[in-house]
Design a protein around this ligand. Sequence first.
Ligand code: PLP
Length: 420
Amino acid sequence: MHHFHYRNDSLFCEDIPLEQIAKEQGTPSYIYSHATFTRHFQAVDQAFASVPHIIAFAMKANSNIAILRLMASLGSGADIVSGGELFRALKAGIPPNKIVFAGVGKDHNEIKYAIESGILFFNVESGAELQAINHVAGELGTQARVALRVNPNIDPQTHPYISTGMKKSKFGIGADQVLGEFDQAAALPNIQVVGVHAHIGSQLTKVSPFVDSLTKVLGLIQTLKSKGIPIQYLNIGGGLGITYSDETPPQPQELADAITPILKETECEIVMEPGRVIAGNAGILLTRVIYIKDNGTKKFAIVDAAMNDLIRPSLYQAHHDILPVNQVPNAPEDVFDVVGPICESGDFLAQNRTMPVVKEGDLLAVMSAGAYAFTMASNYNSRPKVPEILVKGGESFVIRRRESYDDLIRGEHIPEFLRT
Ligand SMILES: *Cc1c(COP(=O)(O)O)cnc(C)c1O
């Protein structure tokens, strides 16, 4: 459920017409709904009320510091994957003891920064990383808390680029090696083993891969206990899917009902890392049609947003619904490619999309653009990044201003020898 809906054929975010935001802030713009973020966080939190848990919002989905501050105010922690994300999380006021750090390539500086910040634990992805963390913790004269990320070799039945828990994946430690790595970890002087982590992929639309994965993880936790390595935290990762078009992913409560018995049996405190399920349908990308082009075979709606603003259609063949901001009852339909101004054939937001006929100047809402959307934006083709706007009831707040042309060259420098 989200708070983007029509009133008298005009698309609103909460109590504000999107047309009004377009007038005030221009297009393209990202628009987020405060009520939707809040509702989604609380749905996850309440679903797991019967087990002790920490929700660590996967901030690679949406890392605007105002959104993170909202998450913090609801009680969220953060799942981070870089030093930059740690910086943002701390700036936003997320408590360090609710921050967990994943990713296969943490470098020395990132490890140091995280230990000094007092994060809850590292999600360790390899033996080499374990050695590096042990080394840095030793230099700092302390112990680092770690969870080992196990790769349970489960096919989550999602897009290959967002599938992370299969044997061929770069993520986690294979089931055949993980016990050995736990032994190694337990023997390292500057490492404190506190957890097991399993995150098998994103946009999962079934409960069964979670159940299969956690069943394996439960067995691992029991084996570790019998070997004298008690596990305090079970980090179940994220991955719950959302409805982009006609998917019917389980609701958080359905997932909780299916896995809570397993979670209870582990006797662990649960950490979870939802990203998409909280942020995905809490945002849209507002764009305007610049031209209509009909080349005889195809019709193109050329809009002012592009793949640099929202790369998911180009990168994952992802579907985003595209709705007219002003709906015309019984409007005729036609088939369009919705494309951006970028000089790449891969620059599209939708292909062969049957939609109400659009014309120059029309406003369109690209739906489900709250997760993996602005965070993946780039300046390709020297396009300034678009603003992010948070709507709360009848008020709107610019939480990131539109970039200027000066922003584009900030940090660039012409060396002396080229100046004459
Ligand atoms: C990306 C990621 C998540 C979040 O996944 P969602 O599908 O957005 O819930 C959680 N944990 C880890 C380790 C990730 O890499």
